[in-house]
Every structure is written in C-alpha cells, then in structure tokens.
Design a protein around this ligand. Structure first.
Ligand code: PRX
Length: 676
C-alpha cells in the first residue's frame, strides 16, 4: 500500500475490513524475494527425517570440524547436537563476513537522545573492537574457555561487542537485563559463579540519565554475602566524569574498560575452536520457585537454530536492515538482535530508547532514516504505540517487508493495526511463539508459504512437532480446537541443554510430567513441556493461551510470582503474600500483590510503600506491582491454602465462582471493597 493510500484508511474502515478469522496472504512481491518458498521443506523436516533435517541449519555456518553425530540421545533428556563438531560463534558472526561485507554496517547503534549521532559499526570495525575486548578479557582478566562472566549492560553497541568477545574465547556470558536491580544481578552472579562483572556507567531511559554503576556496587556487595567474591568490575564509560563522585571506583577491583582497552589496541585473538556442545551463554529466567533458572545454551546447536530461523522465518538476507526492538537482556535480543542476524551478515539495529519517547513517532523516524525493512517487536510495544500515536506511522516514509510479534498473545484488533498502519499493508507478519529455554522460534507461519491469521501463532516450525496433552497425559486430538498443555515431541538444536548447576530441576520441570518411560533412550518418550496452555485449530495453527504455572507474563517478560512474594515477605510486618496476574490494556498482564499482616498490625500506606520498594530493590522496576492490597485475611481453603484463583477474579473484576469451599468466604467481599 502506498503512503497516500495508507493515509486514506481510517480506523473505522480497518475495523470493517477485518473479520475475526480472516486469513491474510503474503504479497507476491514478498514471495518473489523470500528465502523459503519451497513447500517440500515441510516434508524434509518431517519426523521421518529427524534429526538429520537440522543439517540444513548447521550448514548455514562455517565449522572448523564437521560433526560425527547429529543427535546423541545416550543421556535423556540431555540431548547433544552436532557432537564432534567444532565451531566458534564470534567467527561465524564476524570473521567469515569480512571478505564480502567488510565495509557494511553490522550494528546501527541508535542512542536514545535524538541529537546524539547514530553509530554505524561496520563488520571490519566490529572485528577490531571484538578482538580488542577479547584480548583484554583474556590477558587482563585471565578469562578462558568455560569461565562465566556476568554482563549487566544497557542497550549499547558495546553489549554485543562484549558478548562476541566472550564467544571468541569460549567464555560463557550471562547478560542480566539492565533494568534488574543490583540484588537480582547478585543472585545471578552467585549462581553462575562469575568472578568478573561487566557493566556501564550510565544510560538513558525516557530522557533521564540513570546511574547504572551503582547497581554493580550493590551486586558485588550482595554476592559477597553469599560467599562469592567478584574480582573485577569492568565499567564501560559512556558519560565520563558524570558519576565519579556518586560511585567512585574501588581500587584494584573497578576498571574503566575504555582506559584499559587502550593497552590492547589492534590486538587480534584467534577464535577458540569450540566443541559444538560447549555452552555459549546462560540466560536466567523465572520459574515456579523463587530462584531464577540459568538456561544453558550450546554453541553449535543454538547458533545453527537461530541462523536457520532468522533466515527462513525472519527472512533475513545480507542486504536487509533489520530491527528487533527488544532488549538484548532477554532471549529475543540474544537470538534475534545479535546471533541470528549477524550470523547472516545483516545490519542489525541496537536501540537504546523507549518506543514512545519522546513521542510515538520515534520508531518510524529511525526506520525511515536507516531504511529498516524488517521490524520485530512485542504486542506491548504495539499497543503502546497504537495508543500514543495511532496515526503516527502514516507520517513517515518507512517500508517494511516483514514484521514480527513475539512474547505474548496479540489481540486481533492490535494485529490489524500493526498490519494496516505500521506495515501499510505491505509487510507480512509472523507471530512467533517460543521461550527463553528454546533458543529460537517454535511455532510461527512460514512467511511466504502460510497465510497469516491474526491472534494465532501458526503451525510448528519445520522440524518442530508440537503435541497437546490433557492433565493426565492423554493426547488431545490434533486440530480439535481443545485446549491442553502444549509440548514438543522431539528435541531441536536450539533447545537449552540444562539448567545451570541444577540438572534435576531441568528434568523434573520440563520432562517428568509427560515422560513415557524414564529408562528410555528414545527421544519419543521424552516430550518437552513448555508450560503454556494452547489449542490447535482445524487449520493446524496453534493458539497460545498463556502460562499454566505460577509465572506471569508482564509486557512479554516472564516474572515468577514466587519471586515477587518472597521480596514482599522481607518486610517485617508482612505475614503472607500472593501475586496474581491482572489484565492490563498495554502490558497484557501486570502483577497484583496481596499481603496480609502479622496479628495486631494495621494497614498503612507506609507499609504498602515499603513492600513495593522491596520488590523493586530485589527484582527491579519491571516487577512493580500494579497494586499492593493489604487484606484482613487471605481467602483460604479449609486446609489453609491461599486460593489465588479467587484473588485473580477480584483483580480482574470477575465472578469468583464457587467460594463455598473457602474457610472464610466472607473475606472475598471485604477484599473487593478495599480501595488502593
Ligand atoms: O507464555 C508464553 C509467552 O511467553 C512465554 C515465554 O517467555 P520468555 O521465556 O520470557 O520468552 C519470551 C520471548 C520468546 C511463553 O511461555 N509467549 C511467547 N511468545 C508468545 C507467547 N504467548 C503468545 N504468543 C506468542 N507469540
């Protein structure tokens, strides 16, 4: 659709034009240039051809040594991919592109402040900078293959540079989302046993320059309490002088990265030839307990899977300018800002700012200026942009061929706005369902082959074979439209290898429930349980219904209810805590926190504030409860169990259903009346 035409379409017309289950076909123009148009892919990736089909992904990469065994199943469910193969992720994302793409931009770094110049880091420059950092990490910090390093960095070009420097050496990076607190960072440092922390002095958020280094001081102090001593804190300096008094460097521990780097100018480091199964990184995510899980991702399998899905589902070609507006602190950013696009020699945008700051036109100005043609974001960002500036995209001359939505279910009306107004009717949309544990997409349409259906992710990707079970382990008939627990029948190369230092939890949490035979070495007996409810419609598309466990999805990010509850229980007056998801127009769901106090204490605003502060201190502002409700008593069963279902109904103004089994049914009305 041309710009003029797009500007003609009113919101009302869009609403009339679209019906609930409309399918939308990709344009001929898109199909003509798409990477994957061959329908035989579905057959090539059928279970009959498993696991060798995944060779197609691995062949997108350069290997030092080819693998002997595609899939080793000798220790279920600890699957091992491409065993015997040797590879380096940094080499594959940089060195191998130099001959053809040396002067091409690898990373467009867009600072939040519009007056600050965009940095265009070419592949050659990336090579130089990554080598220098790798030399520093090796020679100044003494880091070597298998060591862990925690990164707590904002969205700046130095983040992928640091990750790729680690990968060059075989050092396992663990990037913690910059919005997480010092305490949350400490928990992850301790679990990973990292002796080096890499951070940054400060970064912009909504026009405010945040002092980020102070979180490193908290993290090191808190880690020490747990018996883990961080030897070195490397601070990337972007705003020299600004924080020198607020957060002085600790002598012998803290170093300004930029200064130390001057001793490593033009140094080059040969990439370490890594066994395919050596870990590339850890990514912590929330689970059902208070302790985050370190998902351990491999080098060869992971990189193969993200390269394959970037090429075939994101439709990335080397000449594309690709922008995934996620944060590298989450798995989406690792796979689809850094490793996938760079493995394919694309130009990838790293954006420091917020989508709606200073106004809802910012993303479209960036897209227009850089010629972005592939755009990837979350329903939360789309909802926020739609509310703040429904007509804004029409004012800009940006043109996307492809757009992605990820992280949470998208309402059909929001999908339609994304398609008609952001994509101007020209772009295909893929709704990709997957998780931190999975490395890359699990369900999505193949953009040139499948029609899109608003609100549905799509079929399993080539090589991914979902199955839905009911509570007791019976298979729900395929295409029946009946909801159950979605599992994946087969392993795939992007799947995480284990939970760092907790292999038992890995088995129990993801495999135990639907395992057919714990003594079996056949992968068919070990379906992977995703933890999401889903249904498969008659057309074979999956619709994801949300988490079935104590995890809530806030703005596409996972938060464990137990983590928030534990944080509130640190406040002395609090006796019990329960967190439930409340519907939110922009963020999908947000946490509502209910607390009861110890006997004899009265509710007060001061206690509520201290509870909220504790959550922010322990986890970060992302976990800030929508409301902290101090209740006279929790709704409980006769055996004393808190009925979260009832609290959830209260939070969402719904009928609480049958409450006759409660020991204290009268409390339901009392809680409903509390105004916060
Ligand atoms: O509930 C699903 C939801 O996000 C969860 C995974 O969260 P996380 O590990 O943080 O990874 C997010 C980005 C990959 C899933 O269990 N989810 C993810 N993608 C979708 C989704 N829900 C509906 N539709 C999606 N496309």
């Amino acid at each position: 659709m041309s710009q003029e035409r797009a500007a003609d379409v009113s919101e009302a017309e869009i609403a009339v034009h679209w019906q609930e289950e409309d399918y939308v076909k990709p344009s001929e123009k898109f199909i003509a240039q798409a990477n994957l148009t061959d329908r035989t892919v579905l057959e090539r990736f059928s279970l009959d051809n498993f696991p060798d089909c995944f060779k197609e992904h691995a062949d997108l990469l350069d290997w030092y040594r080819p693998w002997d065994t595609t899939l080793d199943t000798s220790k279920p469910p600890f699957w091992r991919w491409f065993v015997g193969g040797k590879i380096n992720a940094s080499y594959n994302c940089i060195d191998r592109h130099l001959a053809k793409h040396r002067n091409k931009t690898a990373i467009h770094f867009v600072p939040e402040a519009e007056q600050e110049a965009i940095q265009h880091v070419t592949y050659q420059e990336l090579y130089v900078r990554v080598n220098e950092v790798a030399a520093l990490l090796r020679d100044f910090c003494g880091l070597k293959r298998g060591d862990r390093v925690t990164l707590h960095m904002p969205m700046v070009a130095e983040l992928p540079i640091t990750m790729l420097a680690c990968a060059r050496l075989g050092v396992i990076h663990s990037q913690v989302f910059s919005g997480f607190s010092g305490k949350a960072t400490a928990d992850r440092i301790v679990d990973a046993e990292s002796q080096v922390l890499i951070t940054m002095d400060g970064y912009y958020r909504g026009g405010q320059l945040l002092d980020h280094k102070q979180k490193a001081d908290v993290a090191v102090r808190e880690a020490k309490k747990e018996g883990l001593s961080v030897d070195k804190v490397l601070v990337w300096q972007r705003h020299p002088g600004k924080y020198s008094s607020a957060t002085p460097l600790v002598k012998g521990r803290d170093f300004i990265m930029n200064e130390v780097l001057s001793g490593y100018r033009r140094r080059t480091i040969d990439p370490v030839e890594m066994p395919a199964e050596d870990p590339l990184f850890l990514m912590y995510t929330s689970g059902t307990t208070g302790k985050p899980k370190g998902c351990q991702h491999s080098t060869g399998g992971y990189l193969s899977y993200v390269a394959g899905t970037s090429k075939y589902i994101q439709d990335i070609h080397p000449e594309d300018v690709y922008w995934c507006m996620a944060d590298i602190g989450w798995i989406t950013g690792h796979s689809y800002i850094v490793y996938g696009p760079l493995a394919l020699a694309a130009s990838s945008v790293v954006f420091e700012g917020l989508p709606t700051y200073p106004d809802a036109g910012r993303p479209w100005r960036i897209a227009e200026e850089l010629g972005v043609n592939i755009f990837h974001t979350s329903p939360t960002a789309i909802r926020a942009l739609r509310r703040a500036g429904p007509d804004e995209p029409r004012k800009y001359d940006h043109h996307f061929k492809h757009m992605t939505t990820v992280g949470e279910p998208i309402e059909p009306a929001v999908w339609r706005w994304y398609y008609d107004v952001v994509g101007k009717g020209e772009a295909v949309i893929v709704d990709t369902w997957w998780q931190t544990e999975n490395g890359g997409f699990l369900c999505s349409t193949i953009p040139a082959l499948h029609p899109m259906k608003p609100g549905s992710a799509g079929p399993g990707l080539p090589g991914i074979h979902p199955i839905i079970y009911d509570e007791v382990g019976n298979e729900i008939p395929p295409r029946s439209g009946r909801a159950g627990n979605i599992c994946i029948q087969n392993p795939w190369p992007g799947g995480f290898q284990t939970i760092w230092r907790d292999p038992d939890r890995f088995v129990e949490q993801y495999y135990a429930r639907y395992c057919k035979d714990r003594g079996s070495h056949d992968w068919r007996d070990w379906p992977y349980m995703a933890g999401d409810g889903a249904l498969q419609a008659a057309d074979g598309y999956y619709r994801i219904l949300g988490r079935i466990d104590d995890v809530i999805n806030v703005a596409g990010h996972r938060l464990g209810t137990k983590e928030i509850e534990s944080a509130s229980l640190l406040i002395e007056e609090v006796a019990e805590a329960a967190v439930v998801p409340a519907r939110d127009e922009i963020k999908g769901t947000v946490p509502d926190l209910y607390v009861s106090l110890k006997p004899g204490l009265a509710a007060s605003g001061a206690i509520r504030k201290r509870v909220e502060d504790s959550v922010i201190r322990e986890i970060g502002p992302i976990a800030r409860p929508r409301r902290v409700v101090i209740v006279p008593d929790m709704p409980k069963t006769r055996s004393g169990k808190i009925m979260r279902r009832v609290l959830r109904a209260i939070s969402n103004d719904e009928d609480a259903g049958d409450i006759s089994t409660l020991a204290n049914p009268e409390v339901v009305d009392e809680i409903r009346k509390i105004k916060v």
